[in-house]
Write a protein that binds this ligand. Structure first.
Ligand code: NAD
Length: 451
């Protein structure tokens, strides 16, 4: 097993030199990051095509554009976020001033997954840089072209004592996790999240976990069915369903089941064409292992749409599966592929009970115009984040924290939340020397009794 102690120590020493902490240094690093993304735009698009057959449109919108926006937003607000904040003082603290100093942790380890392999490695890095940290990125081994490109890009502008990229698989990840980093940021599956948290506990390293889960889309009878179908089809089949917040399954009111299914089929045909496997812009499944796993689910219910596969290039049609219940194999775990099971309901409370049987979803999507239903669902189900009458869109605004709850994750990021994730709030009280309040001392007559 490789030893990453020298690299980790080099970063921690560099961090102690305080160079990464000045705002001008951080802004310059963000500028450098932006320039390398701009300069390598075509290479990023090509690498994503190679690893996942991502279309140029998806590569730009979901991996490049989103990062450029995040950098712009962070740069605009950084001065304000990083400034020490003065807070009120209690009466008992008369004469003092209280401040909160956002402080970087030190050297942060960022472990990324393969599904948005560029975005999910670089978005946490924006947070790490903005807060003044050093960082090591470990990209996913399942997307080797992007992994190599990230390394080349980062090495072209940053010294390794500031930002480094370590490529490799599980063993590399575990060797890195053996080191006492100052912060861990992990994006990936729930089982590996547990391994990461266990490793963090050995050094009491604070961490963010961005995990997964089964995210429902609920279509109530009063929903705009055409729009609901289009937005669900988009959110599910983008990246061939390999999106952590993709609607995992649909729960549709029985009164509108048939009309919704018709709208859904039309929407899929409209977005991906009648022969999606021949659409050169349709994303492939990342590996044979995942392809085989997904193919087994095709017998889990009735195929209402799609269902064709191509093992040679690991692609699976956008597929709608009906006659599914909670006991069906496809409902056992996060699907993470282009298969959309449909279940029906009569009473919204049955939906709530069903969803609550699973661990907290990472996302939830509700399609309705009924405010009472909206309130009831939002109040009854704990989930990471989500949308009313849309899918995925909550992820793309820097004004909303993005993260899970319970088994879908811990902590959040994007926008100011990224800065917060990589900062410790150091509390400092500045005391007056002009006078000295007597009541705290043991020889004061009444102590704090006057409060
Ligand atoms: P994964 O957990 O298999 O791998 C993620 C990273 O962990 C990779 O870099 C991998 O090399 C490393 N890793 C794998 N096994 C390890 C081990 N035993 N010890 C240490 N490190 C290990 O996840 P994945 O398959 O790359 O991604 C898919 C999962 O990620 C899905 O569950 C999805 O929901 C989740 N995800 C979550 C988010 C989010 O923002 N919440 C985003 C994308 C993906």
């Amino acid at each position: 097993m490789e030893n990453y102690k020298p690299l980790r120590q080099k970063q921690q020493e560099y961090f102690r030199s305080n160079q990464t902490k000045s705002i001008s240094f951080r802004l310059e690093a963000l500028d450098q990051l932006r320039s390398i993304i701009k300069a390598h735009e075509q290479e990023i698009i090509d690498a994503l095509r190679k690893d996942l057959n991502k279309s140029e449109f998806e590569a730009y919108t979901t991996e490049i554009g989103i990062l450029l926006e995040e950098i712009k937003f962070t740069k605009k607000h950084l001065h304000k976020w990083a400034k020490p904040r003065k807070v009120k003082t209690a009466l008992s603290h008369t004469g003092t001033k209280g401040y909160i100093y956002p402080q970087p942790y030190g050297s942060a380890l960022i472990i990324a997954p393969w599904n948005y392999p560029f975005q999910l490695a670089i978005a946490p890095l924006i947070g790490a840089i903005s807060a003044g940290n050093c960082a090591i990125i470990k990209p996913s081994e399942l997307t080797p072209a992007i992994s190599a490109l990230i390394k080349k890009m980062i090495e072209s502008v940053f010294p390794e004592e500031y930002i480094a990229v370590v490529e490799g698989a599980v063993e590399t990840s575990q060797a890195l996790l053996n080191e006492p980093f100052d912060y861990l940021f992990f994006t990936g599956s729930v089982p590996v999240g547990k391994i990461v948290m266990e490793a963090a506990s050995k050094h009491l390293t604070p961490l963010t976990l961005e995990l997964g889960g089964k995210s429902p889309a609920i279509v109530h009878h009063d929903a705009d069915l055409k729009l609901a179908a289009k937005r669900i089809a988009w959110g599910k089949f983008i990246n061939a369903g390999q999106t952590c917040i993709a609607p995992d399954y649909v729960y549709v009111h029985e009164k509108v089941r048939e009309s919704f299914l018709t709208c859904l089929k039309d929407a899929i045909a409209d977005l991906y064409g009648k022969q999606p496997l021949e659409n050169r812009d349709y994303t492939h499944i990342v590996s044979e292992k995942h392809f085989n796993r997904l193919q087994e689910f095709l017998t889990s219910g009735q195929i209402a749409y799609g269902g064709k596969t191509n093992k040679e290039n690991l692609s699976i049609e956008p597929t709608v599966i009906t006659d599914v219940n909670w006991g069906s194999p496809i409902m056992g775990d996060e699907i993470f592929g282009p298969l959309l099971p449909i279940m029906e309901y009569k009473d919204i409370d049955d939906v709530i009970a069903g969803v609550l049987n699973f661990p907290n979803p990472l996302a939830l999507y509700l399609f309705t115009s009924d405010k009472q239903i909206e309130h009831h669902v939002l109040e009854s189900i704990s989930f990471g984040g989500g949308c009313i009458n849309d899918t995925l869109y909550h992820l793309a605004t820097p004004h909303l924290p993005f993260g899970g709850v319970g088994t879908s994750g811990m902590g959040s990021y994007h926008g100011k939340s990224s800065f917060n994730a990589f900062s410790h709030e150091k509390s400092v009280l500045k005391q007056s020397t002009v006078f000295d309040m007597p009541f705290r001392y043991p020889n004061s007559k009444d102590g704090l009794k006057w409060i």
